[in-house]
Design a binder for this molecule. Sequence first.
Ligand code: KIV
Ligand code: ZN
Length: 501
Amino acid sequence: MESHIIIFDTTLRDGEQSPGSTMNLKEKILLARQLERLGVDVIEAGFPAASVGDFESVKAIASEVKKATICGLSRALETDILRTWEAIKEAKHPRIHTFIATSEVHMKYKLKMSEDEVFDRAVAMVKYARSLCEEVEFSAEDASRTEIKFLARIVEGVIDAGAKIVNIPDTVGYTTPNEMYKIIDYLKQNVSNIDKAIISVHCHNDLGMAVSNSLSAVLAGARQIECTINGIGERAGNAALEEIIMALKTRKDYYQFDTQVVSEEISKSSKLLTTITGISVQPNKAIVGANAFSHEAGIHQHGVLANKSTYEIMSPESIGLKSNTMVLGKHSGRHSFVKHLKDLGFNLSNEKTDEAFVKFKELADKKKKVYDRDIIAIAMEEAVKSPETFNLKSFAINTGTVVSSTATIALESEGKIYEEVAIGDGPIDASYNAIKKIMSVEAELLEYKINAVTEGMDAQGEAMVKVKSNDKIYRGHGLSTDIIKSSIEAYLVAMNRIIEK
Ligand code: KIV
Ligand code: ZN
């Protein structure tokens, strides 16, 4: 369909590649299921040749997801391509994505290859990928800084070799909307076989223009956009999926394109990703920021009360924000809790559902209203919990202005209880010191934040931590009505990630 834009989500690959966004297998599967509900056409599930963990998660996602195409990334190397194929071949719709850099600076300093060598490699690897898989995508890395005639030559060559999708990445976020339009237009005018492939774009956000550049490319003839939830990704990130979707939807009068994304799943997807990675979005972030739909100025509030369209170009409901509706309360039974879990995409075992239900009841006793966000947090905790990780059993803290803060922490792992006491500069520091003693892990706390998730005195406190261990960054996220507990849990998530690694 000419007016259909293919949405290619790379949260699990380019997004996951960014510092501190590492996800484990269970988290990746949860997110993949949510991406499928969101209705993206393609899920780039990872880079199978990068590590055994990546391979396993791409393979698991390939057998889990039924509707979306599952794509795996590979360098233009036979070994990478074969590894990718091994990981995705069970998918209902598999796609191999292979890439090589085409800009002068990359070819000269990184690849140490000539134009002809890069051309020959690209063509040969696309042919090889096609011998394994029906659908092959080729990316000319750093395309926006590639000499345009060479870009056209290589695009023509890979289409002849069987690539069905040709991707034009703005790898370093350098181009502008006008320039991007011209690149795509040039390819449309000068590549003889361009109508045999779909043109795709993949824009990074270094100059804050990733979304504009992607939309310009679409106006020039691109029909696939590569993007990530919350715009996560290398450095300043990738084009944000939610911004692309809502721009196409809200300005349909201008763009006149459709996607099959269910925009009402956007808010949930964004929150799930935040919960998994511990990376929150800035409050004024378009579409999914906490303030994106709140009107502070009196004059705006007055206008919105008189008629929403005065200051509201899209409704909160269109991204699935249920304007503070209570979703469950303390009288909700197991049946409605389980149904709600399923609606949110969680498929927990009976045992885990029981544990989640007990936690929900405890929370509902403390809080009058329980929101989606609260339920996601409970379900996430159960879904990703595994016997090998350290889980919080209990804590006791003594603190004040006239005593040193002392924390006694008990953790459980593989059925055993480990307990330690430590002092520190305040209750959080003391707890973290006790956890470090138990887990025997060296880690430096780089960042610690706490926010209220919803409004009201009984709101849950959401703690986010960032720690460094062996030069790698790990994040953790914890949620509880008790802010000490959420702080401890956030730290435990990050420390468990270090151990897993
Ligand atoms: O930014 C980039 O160029 C990429 C490619 C591998 C598509 O991520
Ligand atoms: Zn990228």
